[in-house]
Design a protein around this ligand. Sequence first.
Ligand SMILES: Cc1ncc(C[n+]2csc(CCOP(=O)(O)OP(=O)(O)O)c2C)c(N)n1
Ligand SMILES: [Mg+2]
Length: 322
Amino acid sequence: MKSSYQENFLTNLYATMFRIREFEEQVFELYKIGLMPGLAHLYIGEEAVATGACATLEDKDFIGSTHRGHGHLIARGADTKKMMAEILGKKDGYCKGKAGSMHIVTLDKGILGANGVVGGGIPIATGAAYMAKIKDTKQVTICFMGDSATNEGSFHESLNMAAAWDLPIVYVIENNLYGISVGLKRVTKVADLSERAKAYGMKGLSIDGNNVLKVYETVKEAVDYAREGNGPTLIECKTYRHKGHHVGDPGLEYRSREEEDEWKAKCPLICFKEALLKEKKTTKKAIADLETSIVQEIKEAVEFAKNSPYPDPSEAFEDIYS
Ligand SMILES: Cc1ncc(C[n+]2csc(CCOP(=O)(O)OP(=O)(O)O)c2C)c(N)n1
Ligand SMILES: [Mg+2]
């Protein structure tokens, strides 16, 4: 860990990862008691990717997200109350309860939207980068995607265009080894997904996606490179989801318990907390206080969401664009 890192910066990274984890645990609880309509794809285990990547951005920048988007939005600073209300389908949610877990959008934070279409967020994020390029706004976009999304046509078309036109975008792959129940190796020959960058003429890197500082440092370099007008980078973050594909998937049949245990031992929160304590960047007491306050914050978000009304049926056809 670089000695130049301020204690505040480091504990904020931990706080963001813990906020995502706690938020997701509570979403799971709400699903189990039947309060959450539909399904949600939990980000537990992958928190270091969104946290490290979003910490590199300025307020004016953009992020493109996926169906597993809660962590990206929280890391970008979205309001956990409005997110939780949206997930419960309530009127005080970011999209008035009409978007649910998979389509939360809030442009005031540069969040171009979670997206239920695998690979669907990639051209949208690339479009935002194109806008920034032609208007010369110096805004950078980070585009998150899963490993399976890299086998979609939208991935290839977008990356080719972004490289050809030197667009200010950083593509971040969250390689959690599976697309639903299908192991990546069954459908993809390359071992490191960043190898694909070569085909478009852009730089590609594969890193440990459970190490929040490694993610931060790698993405920061790519964001600076993009902001200076040099074009895109493809970064593969190797990580793992601790839960099933979505809240209704126990995930027991297609993964071994050994594999799960191996990755859980590399939990991004536990590893970073241990490193902070070992290097005396914080104390056990400070961490415990931080965790207590975040648990309280998320409790309040759940209460806010529960108390919010459902949208009136008469609003069903409002905010429809096509
Ligand atoms: C275009 C499209 N095809 C298929 C699906 C069904 N589907 C939902 S999630 C998913 C797997 C996505 O895997 P990955 O991109 O690795 O993301 P992860 O869920 O692992 O985070 C699939 C195939 C979809 N939503 N959209
Ligand atoms: Mg995946």
